[in-house]
Design a protein. Sequence first.
Length: 357
Amino acid sequence: MENSVYTIKNLDLVFGEDKFQLENIDNVSIHSGEILGVLGESGCGKSTFGKCLIGLINYRDRGRFNITQFGVNGDSAKIAFPMYPDIFSGSNVLEGTKKELLQYRRHVQMIFQNPRSALNLNMPVHKILKEAIRIGSPKINKIDLRKKVKTIAEKFELGGNNWNRIKNSKPKDLSGGERRRIGIAKVFATDSDVIIADEPVASLDVSVRGKILETLLTEWEKRQKEWKEGKRAHPLTIIIISHDFDLIQKMCHRTMVFYGDIHVKRGTVVEVFENNNIPDKLHPYTTALRHDAHFMNNPEVILQNNQDKVARKKIIKTGCVYVNRCPLVQDDCLEKQPSLKSSREDINYLKACFVNI
Ligand SMILES: Nc1ncnc2c1ncn2[C@@H]1O[C@H](COP(=O)(O)OP(=O)(O)O)[C@@H](O)[C@H]1O
Ligand SMILES: [Mg+2]
């Protein structure tokens, strides 16, 4: 069994008065050293999940996020982080104190979907990178620090002729694409063990996208090698959040598929599979995503296929989150959300579906 970076139990939260519910994500582990893809359409809860992992959404701050329910049937939501057992006394990221979370973020960093919220917009770029490098290497000397800043800038397409302009600029004066790359470079500069990358290349030009993704993979491989050679205590674990099926297929070892329904304001994980061992019969939602590029972000697909099975005039709010779009609906699908269960003994595979396919 792989070592886990995270084991997640009873992760279920409701924003406000039924504004959106991220539903029972239970018994899910994220493995040490893997690149995990979190895939799903816009609004299904991917960023919320990422913010829970980084501890930004937590029990202490639930008021700030207007969270009215956290956990399932009286059991607390729990994200265990066994990699550094000394950090969280209660071994739950979501119950971390301010001090614990500060310590935690030396090891876990997030590339935010909106880089504006993660960067000091008034700090010169070279200072941002220097600060980040000092998190992982507090004793680094000035010459090495300057060299490292330049290397990192080059890796993330901020170097070359542009560097002289960019290094003294402040993020507020740069383009959206440049800010995005600075956000990514800053996270890699900290040398953390876990990186949560929320739509890391979504707003970048196609030419830059490819290079940034390649750099992510190269960095991951380098860290993997150093870990195998005993030079590091942990390999690098990357969690890539994206709505892009191809990107996740190319970059990741495993995929966690999220589904959310904008009409019923619920989202959850419906399937987890290994990318090199994909079962023939996937969850009906993943199947639709895989075979129909237009399915993503196209709410009109709702209610198309199964008019005769249920009264399709109204949106069904109970049962499986996917019930309004599923072509295979059967009676129990209308009653409750199926839990995420292992449905194959021979492979590492989880599916939340009542239909026996
Ligand atoms: N603090 C909050 N209060 C109320 N609703 C929220 C809050 N944060 C997120 N949501 C809602 O939760 C849903 C999922 O959001 P998000 O996790 O950002 O989705 P994704 O990243 O998959 O696009 C959205 O409908 C969003 O409006
Ligand atoms: Mg998002």
